[in-house]
Design a protein around this ligand. Structure first.
Ligand SMILES: Cc1ncc(COP(=O)(O)O)c(C=O)c1O
Length: 416
């Protein structure tokens, strides 16, 4: 045991030395006051502003979800009480899967306990099915959860195509033996770089080579497309994608993940995927909240929120650029600020938090390559002009030493 402890400590020391040691920041979000959260400092209560939430639209703090969850708790209690096969399926789970299928224009959908598990489970199951001979073509910047699914698919070949490069994908597909079963896995919005995939071009190439298409819309569902079904909907491509994967935990403000596809594919995964079969179903109040959120975001309330969301991201990008701050240009709602060094990135984030009451997550290797360390800002519909001004002042102060530290913000709220 002593050896194990010493080995663990050695790795942790190394992580600390490289500025890559991860520490949690406990944040008590304020349901009526998002994007503020409550913090306790020196025994005193104050508030801070969340600039790095993946609850992109603030739905997790809305009455729409809270009411649905409360009603479900009153009807069904909290936990699901079993796997989906063993007493864990409630009417909420059934209705949620129907809603997800309809959202994406697919025959069926299947809920997993998270977006991570959906990717890892669906991909590893598919890529080991039907006697093997699979070859998966994966975008170079695909998320760890997809990589996990592919790694677990022992026997499946894997080729990595250059990020967002359909021409490279075409080259790799053309070089692959004709008798292989092929699958192309990619994302619609890459959450660290904040760029869109050229979905139509990738699907064109995949179809030309008879490859199945698997699209992760985790950072797009709720936020893009006329009904919030994602970038494939916006681009008129949803019907051409075989399997769409998403999360209920980001813009939908709840928890859980899913795939949507043909009835046969979904039933096959439902019947054979261990990551789906052998784990407790998501809690009924969570399913109820996710269902309410999706229904809301498909309607006029969602259209208005999506417009405000995009306007907010544009305002932040313009304000940072105008102040000469190192914002990395993106076409999406994700706003990265380049720092370029792990220790400095952590220090900038710490000072924003301690001196300005601003929560901005530092993103370091291995999430991004070394030298590309950054803060990842996610402006939401509720970040108003005053909050944007305060953010710019704070970043200017921390990065360039301009102006005064404004510790008072934490106690007073931001009013600049
Ligand atoms: C691209 C992508 N796919 C999947 C996931 C996992 O989703 P979840 O947080 O629901 O597990 C993430 C998480 O951030 C992600 O960025």
């Amino acid at each position: 045991m002593q050896d194990l402890d010493a080995q663990c400590r050695a790795v942790l020391t190394q992580l600390r030395q490289e500025g890559r040691y991860r520490e949690f920041t406990p944040l008590a979000r304020q349901d009526r006051d998002f994007p503020y959260c409550r913090v306790t400092r020196g025994g005193e209560e104050g508030r801070a502003v969340l600039w790095s939430s993946n609850d992109y639209l603030g739905m997790g703090a809305s009455d729409v979800l809270a009411q649905a969850a409360i009603e479900a708790i009153e009807q069904h209690g909290v936990g699901a009480g079993g796997t989906r096969n063993i007493s864990g399926t409630t009417p909420y789970h059934v209705a949620l899967e129907r809603e997800l299928a309809s959202l994406h224009g697919k025959e069926a959908a299947l809920i997993f306990t998270s977006g991570y598990v959906a990717n890892a489970g669906a991909l590893s199951t598919l890529l080991t099915s039907f006697g093997g001979n699979w070859h998966v073509f994966s975008d170079a910047k695909n998320h760890a959860s997809m990589i996990e699914g592919m790694r677990h698919a022992k026997g499946a070949k894997r080729s990595i195509f250059r990020h967002n490069d359909p021409a490279h994908l075409a080259e790799l597909l053309a070089a692959a033996p004709a008798d292989e079963r092929k699958l192309v896995a990619f994302e619609s919005v890459y959450s660290m770089d904040g760029d869109f995939a050229p979905i139509e071009a990738i699907v064109d190439v995949a179809r030309r080579h008879g490859a199945v298409t698997y699209l992760d819309e985790v950072h797009a569902v709720g936020m893009y497309g006329p009904t919030g079904a994602g970038v494939a909907e916006r681009d008129g491509q949803a019907q051409r994608i075989d399997i769409i994967q998403g999360t209920l935990a980001k813009a939908f403000g709840a928890h859980g993940g899913y795939i949507a596809a043909s009835a046969a594919v979904v039933d096959f995964i439902r019947s054979t995927c261990p990551d789906f079969i052998f784990t407790t179903a998501i809690a009924p109040p969570v399913a109820a909240a996710a269902l309410a959120s999706i229904r809301y975001l498909r309607g006029p309330g969602g259209v208005a929120l999506r417009e405000r969301h995009q306007a907010s991201a544009a305002r932040v990008k313009a304000a940072l650029a105008e102040a000469g701050l190192p914002v990395i240009p993106t076409p999406t709602h994700i706003v990265p600020v380049h720092i370029g060094d792990a220790a400095r990135c952590r220090e900038v984030s710490r000072r924003l938090w301690e001196e300005h009451g601003i929560y901005a997550t530092p993103i370091n290797y291995p999430t991004v390559p070394r030298g590309e360390e950054r803060l990842r800002l996610t402006p939401g519909p509720l970040h108003d002009e005053n909050l944007v001004k305060a953010l710019v002042l704070a970043l200017d102060q921390v990065l360039n030493g301009k102006g005064e530290a404004r510790v008072a913000m934490i106690e007073e709220g931001v009013s600049a």
